[in-house]
Design a protein around this ligand. Structure first.
Ligand SMILES: NC(=O)c1ccc[n+]([C@@H]2O[C@H](COP(=O)([O-])OP(=O)(O)OC[C@H]3O[C@@H](n4cnc5c(N)ncnc54)[C@H](O)[C@@H]3O)[C@@H](O)[C@H]2O)c1
Length: 372
């Protein structure tokens, strides 16, 4: 990690830099002046990010005043081949050449979609990510994974493609709603649990809605994500520590959309996944009961309980088996050895997963009794 002049921290994540601090947007301005003709710059955003964040971006980065904004509808449905196709068509209508630049201004939907479009249009044009959600700042915008959903499966199609840079400007979070903020907090909690016990404690104790208190924690989480990506850019091994909470979390997220009772946000599903997977870590004799109780109590204080029945276990386990991270059909989990340390590829039987789901259903039932 380097700290350059004017309080900008520069991290490296596999194949791209991540800049974070008070003056990142002027840095983007300087980079653009030398690197990108303004007529060939496009700013991809959704209806919320173009409204809330574009004016501030243009104030700090006047080079983009001549860039053309491209708006997609807010939400996961924009990560589709139809929306990607519409953007390819738009770039082509504007005669965008290989030297063109796409600035992805938004949360994970925009950086996943924009990274995919930039990586494929004319075999690849450049992109930069300017994340505007907490999820984007600490996770989605960093690490070069891009993609869209297809055939009803999240992130089915995509590519590893490094942006030219990720510019993290924490004040964009001012307009983000509470639920979306907590969505990103789940990934910060995960970073602490798998890599850094001090960070976990700091996130647990911080007043999360105070941006001044949150900012240094965003730095630390972005640094953890970047460091893990550096060690394993293509997710061949160590990067799988970041999957903690995600095997069960992804299944619950998909289930929540299938059953249409209450679509869980990614971070909300991961939070439940972390409760279940911390419990499995305890059951496997890895994590102490005291540490499990601490993590479970903390996560349950932040995230609403989610309802499902024993009849749903079969479907949930089928969804876990389908998860591309379990390529050989076995269920392999990232589990905790202690707070701040994880183990990847731990085999877990479906019966043990069922027990973890049973355990969570009891917790959720009790939580609903106390907070109906
Ligand atoms: N590529 C990766 O490594 C990676 C990692 C994690 C998540 N993801 C992907 O990220 C996506 C989720 O990202 P997300 O949680 O950022 O969701 P999102 O991009 O849908 O943003 C959430 C909502 O917040 C709005 N919004 C964004 N910034 C705002 C701001 N500053 N003020 C007000 N509203 C704002 C958006 O319009 C949207 O309605 C998922 O598709 C997930 O698969 C990718």
């Amino acid at each position: 990690m380097r700290t350059s002049a004017r309080d900008v921290e520069e991290l490296w994540a596999g194949g791209h830099p991540v800049y974070i601090g008070a003056h990142v947007l002027p840095m983007l301005q300087r980079w653009l002046e030398f690197e990108a003709p303004p007529t060939q710059c496009f700013v991809l955003g959704d209806s919320n990010t173009l409204r809330h964040c574009l004016p501030e971006l243009l104030a700090f980065v006047p080079h983009l005043q001549h860039a053309e904004p491209i708006e997609v509808p807010a939400g996961e449905s924009s990560k589709s081949i139809d929306v990607a196709g519409a953007i390819w068509g738009h770039l082509s209508d504007r005669e965008a050449e290989r030297g063109a630049l796409l600035v992805n201004l938004g949360g994970g939907v925009v950086s996943d979609l924009g990274g995919f479009v930039a990586g494929t249009y004319k075999r690849g044009i450049r992109s930069v990510n300017v994340p505007t959600t907490l999820m984007g700042m600490v996770d989605a915008a960093i690490g070069g994974k891009t993609g869209i959903d297809a055939a009803g499966i999240k992130n089915l199609v995509g590519l590893f493609r490094d942006p030219k840079g990720v510019y993290v400007h924490v004040p964009f979070l001012r307009t983000l709603g509470k639920r979306e903020l907590l969505n990103g907090v789940a990934e910060m909690i995960k970073h602490g649990l798998v890599r850094d016990a001090d960070h976990y404690r700091a996130v647990r104790e911080a007043p999360l809605h105070d941006l001044a208190a949150l900012a240094p924690l965003v730095h630390r989480s972005a640094a953890i994500k970047s460091a893990v990506v550096n060690e394993d850019p293509l997710e061949g091994g160590v990067r799988r520590v970041l999957n903690f909470g995600h095997t069960i979390g992804h299944a619950l997220e998909a289930h929540s959309w299938e059953s249409q009772q209450l679509g869980l946000l990614h971070g909300e599903a991961v939070a439940i996944g972390m409760i279940c997977e911390a419990w499995l870590s305890w059951r496997q004799g890895l994590l102490s009961r005291e540490a499990y109780d601490l993590v479970q109590g903390h996560l349950q204080s932040l995230y609403k309980p989610y309802s499902f029945t024993a009849d749903d276990h079969h479907r949930l386990i089928a969804l876990m088996r389908n998860d591309k991270k379990n390529a050989d059909g076995a269920l392999r989990f990232t589990l905790l050895r202690e707070i701040g340390q994880a183990m990847v590829d731990v085999p877990v039987t479906p019966a043990q997963v069922g027990e973890a789901l049973d355990h969570y259903r009891l917790l959720a039932r009790d939580a609903r009794r106390h907070h109906p």
